[in-house]
Design a protein around this ligand. Structure first.
Ligand code: G3H
Ligand code: 13P
Ligand code: ZN
Length: 354
């Protein structure tokens, strides 16, 4: 059984210079696709569930799905992470349900809509760190608010993100603030705002430095070389999947995601966790649309979902390979949560400075 923590996984990624795709899963087929791709490439796995995924699947089902993935692929280390926890109680219930890592997103208030201030963010994140580390569980924090530098808006298509418009300054993480945040909270990984946003509608053109501020990542990494950085909203929104969806009744207006080369640039500058949800949704739904379009009398649910699972496997395979995670599974010696808790207690990972 190889449940591992985010801390152990990203420490390994940093030591060996690779990035981990963090795949959002929503159901059995998406989890299977990630596991099959990891098995074929010999990659470790980082899977995450949002609050809405948890309520859609149900925590008990989710816990057993993750355990099934670990039992089915015992040679693959699997980190199970909560995406965008909004308050301490959400993070605690994830820990109680088998998550080995949690994100406390204190960049927004608990309503997941209202931007917070620095002091609130530090306080809520530090309280999660204290509870999590005592259990050996890792914590990702966020400083800076995710949103588009083109429009000043947060993408709310998936129900997460601020309302209204923000100044460019608020949409870009301040490196000095990032450093103070890590020192005050002791987080294991740090999500930063550089102009990416959730969902398919990230950029109206192929992004350049004006709308995707990769140099901010470089500046943060220069100040915090030992901190694992996280890119949210890192789907590429592939043109072929937009075309697939639109060819079969979809109506996705032309849009651009984060080019893989920019993610690779991030990985060279401390990005270790790369969040991907939208690309999986597009691979699944585009393939489902195509199948239903071409097989109008079919109602065999397995036949309908299978092409989506196949397309998702191909997508995950490419990400594992491009980010350098392929072949790394067998090079990790999983530590238990107990062992991690002992290490936190001994101050071995201590980035927190009073
Ligand atoms: O947080 C962003 C992810 O894409 C999760 O979206 O809340 O609709 O599952 P979701
Ligand atoms: P995408 O919408 O770009 O896939 O981002 C997902 C994400 O950041 C989940 O936290
Ligand atoms: Zn996110």
């Amino acid at each position: 059984m190889a449940l591992i923590t985010l801390r152990q996984l990203l420490d390994h990624a940093a030591e060996h210079g690779y990035g981990m795709p963090a795949f959002n899963i929503t159901n059995l087929e998406t989890l299977q696709a990630v596991m099959i791709a990891a098995d074929r490439t010999g990659s470790p796995v980082l899977v995450q569930a949002s609050r809405s995924a948890r309520s859609y699947v149900d925590d008990v089902f989710l816990k057993h799905m993750f355990q099934a993935a670990i039992e089915r692929y015992p040679h693959i280390p699997v980190c199970v992470h909560l995406d965008h926890g909004n308050e301490l109680s959400t993070c605690l219930s994830a820990m109680e349900n088998g998550f080995s890592s949690v994100m406390m997103d204190g960049s927004l208030m608990a309503d997941a809509k209202t931007p917070s201030d620095f002091d609130y963010n530090v306080e809520v994140t530090a309280s999660v760190v204290e509870q999590a580390h005592a259990r050996g569980v890792s914590v990702e924090g966020e400083i800076g608010v995710l949103g588009s530098l083109e429009t000043g808006e947060g993408e709310k298509e998936d129900g997460h993100g601020f309302e209204g418009k923000l100044e460019k300054k608020q949409l870009l993480t301040d490196p000095a603030e990032a450093e103070a945040f890590v020192r005050a909270t002791g987080v294991d990984a740090l999500a930063v705002a550089v102009g990416t946003s959730h969902g398919a509608y990230k950029f109206s053109r192929r992004p350049d430095g004006d709308i995707l501020a990769m140099e901010v990542i470089e500046a943060i990494h220069a100040r915090l070389p030992a901190t694992h950085l996280v890119m949210h909203g890192a789907s590429t929104v592939p043109q072929d999947l937009q075309d697939l969806i639109n060819a079969h009744g979809g109506e996705i207006p032309g849009t651009f995601g984060v080019p893989l080369e920019e993610v690779e640039r991030g990985i060279r500058h401390g990005v270790r966790k790369v969040n991907i949800d939208t690309d999986i949704r597009m691979a699944m739904t585009g393939s489902i649309r195509k199948f239903l379009d071409e097989n109008r009398s079919s109602f065999d649910l397995r036949a309908i979902l299978k092409p989506g699972r196949e397309r998702t496997i191909a997508l995950c395979l490419e990400r594992f390979e491009r980010f350098g995670a392929a072949g790394m599974a067998s090079r990790i010696r999983p530590s238990t949560l107990h062992a991690m808790a002992d290490r936190y207690a001994a101050g071995l990972f201590n980035t927190k400075v009073a």
